[in-house]
Design a protein around this ligand. Structure first.
Ligand SMILES: [Zn+2]
Length: 277
């Protein structure tokens, strides 16, 4: 059997960046459509992630395929729609750039730091696929939560199951540990939802995120989680002391911060677990 020795060359980096930015484009679709789809008066047979084709959010005219090319489409149009000359939000471009960049960083990190993997195609592809899934889901959760933080439970749920799948052979932590801790966190979350807290959305999504992090990394997740909660708490305290003006409702802001804290902790856990091997 021949093995392809994975190397971080500029050409492969460019290909990975293109792949990542295409996924970023898909994440933009999810972040825009998921909150609309979850509204009770939306008929998801007529409006879903695949249908209708991309339209201008201002005048509803169809968007031409070349205008949809990640990054290039935005730069070509100079950030304005070609149909009605309205500004296109810059976060669409940022999501594509960030997803592309993170994909390249993850690939370069895996090929350089996990040396034995580079000589085993099957193991490398499995690790790469699992890691891409991890970061792409986290970006989708943060991007969708940015629009409407209460609509990301389906993303957290699928992310939790992916974590258990990745640990079938104990890639990040032993499966019994992942299942045991994820179930415990989820059960505590469900109990607190009904008996303790009145903030149902916030509690449910926080514990769902917690369970997902534990499903991926087991007890390794707890240290980065504690550190990011501490960090976020300090920032929030500083912001309160500095009396930052904020027009958003505090519940919505807290919900979004909670999810970003958990997502950051999961990303840190990945670096920690790769660094330890
Ligand atoms: Zn338009």
């Amino acid at each position: 059997m021949t093995y392809f020795v994975w190397q971080s060359t500029p050409l492969i980096w460019a290909l990975i960046f293109v792949l990542g930015s295409c996924v970023g484009s898909l994440i933009n679709v999810v972040a825009y459509r998921l909150p609309i789809m979850s509204q009770p008066d939306t008929d998801t047979r007529c409006f879903n992630l695949a249908y209708p084709p991309s339209r201008c959010p201002s005048c509803a005219r169809d968007i031409k395929p070349w205008q949809n090319v990640p990054i290039i489409g935005y730069l070509w149009l100079q950030g304005r729609t070609s149909c009605c000359d309205k500004p296109i939000a810059v976060h669409y471009l940022l999501t594509e750039l960030i997803t592309g960049a993170i994909s390249v960083v993850v690939f370069a990190y895996l090929t350089s730091s996990v040396e034995p993997l580079a000589h085993n195609n099957a193991a490398f592809f499995k690790t790469l696929a699992g890691t891409f899934a991890l970061f792409w889901w986290l970006i989708a959760i943060v991007a969708t939560g940015r629009q409407d933080a209460s609509n990301v439970s389906s993303l957290w749920q699928s992310f939790l199951w992916l974590g258990l799948l990745a640990n079938l052979d104990g890639q990040y932590c032993p499966l019994p540990e992942a299942v045991g801790l994820a179930c415990t966190a989820h059960a505590i979350g469900m109990l607190s939802l009904h008996w303790v807290t009145q903030q149902q959305d916030r509690s449910r999504l926080f514990f769902l995120g917690l369970a997902a992090g534990l499903a991926w990394f087991g007890s390794v997740f707890l240290l980065p989680l504690a550190l990011t909660i501490l960090g976020a708490g300090t920032v929030r305290l500083g912001a309160t002391i500095g009396r930052f003006a904020n027009n958003e409702s505090s519940a919505e802001l807290k919900l979004r911060t909670d999810q970003n804290v958990v997502a950051t902790a999961i990303a840190l856990s990945w670096f920690l677990s790769v660094w330890r091997t």
